[in-house]
Design a protein around this ligand. Structure first.
Ligand code: IMP
Length: 184
């Protein structure tokens, strides 16, 4: 087995420099949005960790951070919208300005569930920022206020995103060799 972290990557879709340039732009917009406020940034584990770490450091306003982990019950229940909370927030969101930080929005199911759940806790506001959004029919019509990059409907890895738990530590967004999927 090849232990290099880029083994199996056929193509770089978004280079590291492009990611950082775009994060700088988004951070400037968020600084404007939260000029007189301290947002509670809610990172969705595990994929959003890298994006969250870079985004919050590019922002100039104070932020408070927390994390949630959610998991769907698998293919059979995916379409029914069943999502499970694996780790909840450590703090109350009532009257807070919540900024949800997601790595990627695919069908929108995960985010849709998360937002429903958070809205019931009466935050002062909710904004959603996602690094990536796949170009496809958005069945869930989910709220995403700021998007880093629109990407084709392909499976991507790197910069927090995994395949079978690996590739999260690649500094860029890449496409995986289809043989890797079939070899599993
Ligand atoms: P959704 O609920 O279909 O929008 O899927 C969202 C979650 O699925 C993301 O937070 C990721 O964890 C995972 N996911 C979706 N597409 C990809 C991908 O292309 N690569 C890696 N993970 C993905």
């Amino acid at each position: 087995m090849d232990h290099r972290k880029d083994a199996g990557v056929t193509r770089v879709l978004i280079p590291e420099a492009d990611i950082h340039r775009r994060i700088g732009e988004i951070a400037a917009e968020l600084d404007d949005d939260y000029r007189d406020r301290t947002p509670l940034m809610v990172g969705v584990l595990t994929g959003a960790v890298t994006f969250m770490a870079d985004l919050m450091r590019a922002m100039t306003v104070h932020v408070i951070i927390d994390f949630m982990a959610v998991s769907s019950y698998g293919a059979a229940t995916h379409s029914s919208g069943v999502v499970r909370i694996l780790k909840d927030l450590n703090q109350d969101v009532a009257d807070r300005h919540v900024l949800v930080v997601e790595d990627i929005v695919d069908s929108g199911l995960t985010l849709n569930y998360l937002l429903d759940n958070l809205r019931r806790r009466n935050p002062a506001s909710i904004q959603v920022v996602a690094l990536l959004k796949k170009d496809k029919d958005d069945a869930f019509g989910v709220q995403v206020d700021r998007i880093g990059f629109h990407i084709p409907d392909e499976f991507v890895i790197g910069y927090g995103l995994d395949y079978a738990g690996r590739y999260r530590n690649l500094p860029f967004i890449g496409i995986l060799d289809p043989h890797i999927f079939s070899a599993k």
